[in-house]
Design a protein around this ligand. Structure first.
Ligand code: ZN
Length: 331
């Protein structure tokens, strides 16, 4: 394995080298991360997918997932497109095959990119239509639970959230809720909801809810016998809620937690089966309901989809498992 080449961040496409036929590496074949800084994350995500694939393989219950993840994003096709701003060529993903297994690190990364792209496009339209409305970011938690109780805990939290939206005190005219599950050092699961709420301007007048009122509302809706940890943040008047998108539409479980422990990961898969991670309601549902579904396209979402008239050709990169790198291949 070689270190990335010094100064190789600039494009140095030629010469096209012969096909890489085996894992015994020709390190002079350009790697994707050498050629394109912005595509560096591919190596990390596909590397973690290899680990997840091994976890699935270890259990007869999940052999099908192992198979699918093993075939995910093995080959990436990029077109070379002119980057007008930088005045150079850059790589744009145009083709690959994704497994769409929920906890596949590559697929959850792509899915998150697609959702974010959609939200960045749509939220400004809502702000334009409802310029006086204000935005809150609310995080709702309950006590950590054993991973084996995650499903029941999330179902309870979902019902509690629903109850909350029906309460008189509920201030939002539109909301988006995303589920995040993190893993504590003790192996307990920490499920929580990140919520974007769209509230009337009067919320910051007569209808304002203080922190302890929020705690009381969530406590009562979730029928808890303790005060839950809860965080509310308001987007400043005149500011847009776009700054909250990365936090709202990130992964359901971050990769370092996914790969930390095999048994935990397998149980997470069982517990989360077919549970939806993103839900929308009220006015926001009209605009953002698409986020409740798996995106059809995992290729183009982070890109400007405008077709470029100039065809500068394609490059292919194949995953090199032992090296944990994508390297250029003939195709
Ligand atoms: Zn995948």
């Amino acid at each position: 394995m070689s270190e990335p080449k010094e100064g190789a961040d600039d494009f140095c496409i030629a010469p096209i080298l012969p096909a890489v036929s085996s894992e015994i590496q020709h390190t002079d074949v350009p790697s994707l991360s050498d050629l394109s800084k912005r595509d560096k994350p591919w190596d990390k995500h596909r590397g973690n997918a290899d680990r997840v694939q091994g976890y699935y393989w270890s259990s007869s219950e999940f052999r099908d997932y192992a198979q699918r993840v093993s075939q995910c994003s093995q080959l990436l096709q990029f077109n070379l497109v002119p980057d007008k701003a930088a005045g150079e060529l850059r790589l744009k993903l145009t083709n690959s095959r994704f497994c769409r297994v929920r906890h596949c690190p590559v697929c959850q990364w792509r899915r998150s990119l697609m959702w974010k792209a959609k939200a960045y496009k749509v939220l400004p339209k809502i702000v334009e239509k409802y310029p006086k409305h204000r935005w809150l970011f609310v995080t709702l938690t309950v006590k950590n639970c054993p991973i084996t109780e995650l499903r029941a805990t999330l179902q309870h939290m979902n019902q509690s959230f629903k109850r909350m939206t029906l309460r008189k005190l509920w201030p939002a005219e539109g909301w988006l809720k995303s589920v995040e599950v993190t893993r504590g050092r003790d192996g307990l699961a920490h499920p929580h909801f990140h919520c974007l709420l769209m509230v009337k301007p009067s919320y910051f007048g007569t209808n304002y809810m203080k922190q302890d009122e929020w705690v009381e509302l969530w406590r009562s809706c979730a029928r808890l016998d303790y005060n839950p940890i809860l965080d509310t943040r308001a987007v400043k008047r005149g500011k847009q809620p776009m700054q909250l998108i990365p936090e709202l539409l990130k992964y359901c479980t971050k990769e370092s937690d996914l790969v930390a422990d095999q048994e935990w990961f397998l149980e997470l898969t069982r517990q989360m089966h077919k549970l939806r991670c993103i839900a929308t309601g009220g006015i926001l549902k009209d605009y953002l309901r698409e986020l409740e579904q798996e995106p059809d396209d995992l290729i183009h979402g982070d890109e400007d989809q405008e077709r470029t008239e100039v065809d500068e050709g394609s490059l292919w990169f194949g995953w090199k498992r032992l090296e944990k790198k994508y390297r250029m291949v003939d195709h």
